[in-house]
Every structure is written in structure tokens, then in C-alpha cells.
Design a protein. Structure first.
Length: 123
């Protein structure tokens, strides 16, 4: 992550994820996912410029839909994305999003702690 995110960048990022993001995992590791129509390509490029360790997939075209899917996992999630979400997604801002985030961090607490430990050890 670019450590020089502006307050606007942080707010836009958190707002997008509150409204459109998915907080979950694949059963082995946590992930934050954002899936939106291809008309939002510029927004996905904006995300990738600010969070280059994340992944962008697509465009996908099927079932009459065209979309991109952005994902944050592993170090990108734990070091770049979670600190922003944990700082700003609170029950007083959006109780539903805060609950979804808490469920993800609780379900994957071991994996998140393992990644934080690896980061602390410089690995």
C-alpha cells in the first residue's frame, strides 16, 4: 500500500467496501472482494494503483453480465487493507459492515495472526 493515502483516498476506499465489498474467505484464508460492472474499470485501476499487492481479475463476461473482481488476501489484506477497515468500519458508521468484518476477522483470526507475526519478523 502507498503509505501516503490521502484522507479522501481512505474515505473513498472504505466507503466502496462498506457499500459493495464482501468480507469473507475461502475456508483457508480471509479475503475482501469487490465485484462490479466493467463500467467501473477506472475505479478498479485506482484501487490497483493504491493497493498494488492486491489482485484484479477480469473482465469476465457471462450470463449477460460483465464485471471485474478485485481481491485482497494474504499480506495485501493483513498489512494494507485490514488496518484501514479496522480503523474506519465501526458500528457507529455501519453496523452491518462492522459485523461482517468482525465475523471475518474472528473466523480467520489464526490466519491473520500468523500473517501479522510473519510481518513482524520481517518475513
Amino acid at each position: 500500500m502507498d503509505d501516503r493515502l490521502s484522507a479522501f483516498d481512505e474515505g473513498l476506499f472504505v466507503g466502496i467496501l462498506i457499500g459493495e465489498g464482501s468480507f469473507g474467505g475461502d475456508g483457508r484464508q480471509p479475503q475482501v472482494t469487490l465485484r462490479m460492472h466493467t463500467r467501473h474499470e477506472a475505479l478498479f485501476r485506482w484501487l490497483m494503483a493504491r493497493f498494488p499487492r492486491t489482485k484484479l481479475y477480469g473482465p469476465y463476461h457471462h450470463g449477460g453480465r460483465s464485471y471485474y473482481q478485485w481481491m485482497a488476501r494474504g499480506r495485501a489484506l493483513v498489512q494494507d487493507v485490514l488496518p484501514l477497515l479496522e480503523a474506519h468500519v465501526t458500528p457507529d458508521v455501519d453496523a452491518h459492515a462492522a459485523s461482517r468484518l468482525a465475523e471475518m476477522t474472528e473466523r480467520y483470526a489464526t490466519e491473520i495472526a500468523r500473517e501479522r507475526d510473519r510481518m513482524a519478523r520481517g518475513l
